[in-house]
Design a binder for this molecule. Structure first.
Ligand code: SAM
Length: 324
């Protein structure tokens, strides 16, 4: 029943058309009816007709460890990073800061000095804020990491291709042959922070860029020399723990053996990145890899592992060898 107009004196206007006038308690805002006020609200538990809780429809408990999303810090910290979530419109993300709610979780890789987020490789930037070859810089907490692109670096490709070991440590003394402008050398310098890297390169144009980089990275010693003649720099480098070679020359294996014999410690390790097409374009790459491997053995090295990096560099393989 709907009543229009002013109610007669002593009577009130019904609250609702279906109000029969018996209900007189006027609710304040947010107040519950007295008959409803039966203590604090209880979680809803579905029950069957007999009033028994139905176990297959129990309210959910707290999430299990598998359902729980990882929390990387307090909520305000997790909010950062997104253009949308910053205070004020149009505020830029910090350089290298990831879009989204979670900062990247970078964890140590199985090899010392190498880091990963499960998909990509990183090294800790020895010179924070400075890029070497336009790579991405990422901050995780206080530490800055440099993304290591496997398609730009054969050592990175070797790790990404599943190498079983990498005998490179923080205090390693490294001889790097074919340094070019220092793409891979820079990552080696991030790893061997307490060691030294003798970076040999014979092309003056790229060597200039290598010198510029070594001004900031104090553990790199650039050497302008031909890797065919280790006697030219043996007095500078002395004996080393690790040799890495990437020179793309027809006599790559010979150069590697020569340098290992002259400068590698007994029990030291070397990696030869071999480009099959530079050796002979008329022979199948697999055949060149096989020949090169037996050449290394004849040269007094023990081949520990052969890694095909063809996924990143076509017709390339890396040999991890140990000086006998
Ligand atoms: N390893 C480098 C990197 O990942 O950043 C790239 C090396 S690039 C494929 C090959 C380099 O080896 C070239 O810069 C070339 O000048 C150098 N090279 C070739 N033969 C050489 C030799 N006999 N002695 C020294 N450097 C050599």
């Amino acid at each position: 029943m709907t009543l229009y107009g002013k109610p007669p004196p002593g009577q009130r206007k019904p609250y609702k058309p279906y109000d029969n006038g018996k209900f007189t308690h006027k609710k304040e805002y947010g107040e519950r009816r007295p008959e409803q006020d039966s203590g604090p609200r209880q979680p809803f538990v579905p029950r069957d007709r007999e009033g028994q809780a139905r176990p297959w429809q129990q309210p959910r408990g707290p999430p299990t460890q598998f359902q729980q999303r990882p929390q990387y810090g307090p909520p305000q910290e997790r909010r950062q990073g997104g253009y949308e979530r910053r205070d004020g419109f149009g505020q830029q993300r910090e350089f290298g800061e990831r879009r989204g709610r979670f900062p990247p979780k970078i964890i140590p890789h199985q090899f010392p000095g190498v880091f990963t987020n499960g998909r990509e490789l990183f090294t800790k930037n020895l010179v924070p804020g400075i890029k070497v070859y336009g790579e991405q810089l990422l901050k995780s907490g206080e530490v800055e990491y440099r993304k290591w692109s496997p398609s730009r670096s054969k050592l990175g490709a070797l790790i990404a291709s599943g190498a079983k070991s990498l005998p490179l440590k923080a205090d390693s003394k490294v001889l790097y042959l074919g340094a070019a402008s220092g793409t891979t050398v820079s990552h080696v310098s991030d790893i061997a922070i307490d060691g030294v890297i003798y970076a040999v390169e014979f092309a003056p144009r790229v060597f200039r860029e290598l010198i510029e980089m070594s001004r900031l990275r104090k553990n790199i010693i650039p050497i302008l020399a031909d890797a065919n003649h280790p006697e030219l720099y043996s007095s500078i480098a002395g004996k080393v723990d690790f040799v890495f070679q990437d020179v793309a020359q027809p006599n790559q294996t010979e150069i590697f053996i020569k340098n290992c014999k002259a400068l590698l410690n007994h029990g030291g390790f070397g990696i030869l990145a071999l480009k099959a097409r530079s050796v002979d374009v008329t022979i199948a790459p697999q055949e060149i890899f096989r020949r090169s491997s037996s050449e290394l053995v004849k040269g007094g090295l023990e081949v520990i592992e052969t890694i095909d990096i063809g996924k990143f560099e076509i017709d390339h393989a890396c040999f991890l060898a140990k000086m006998r």
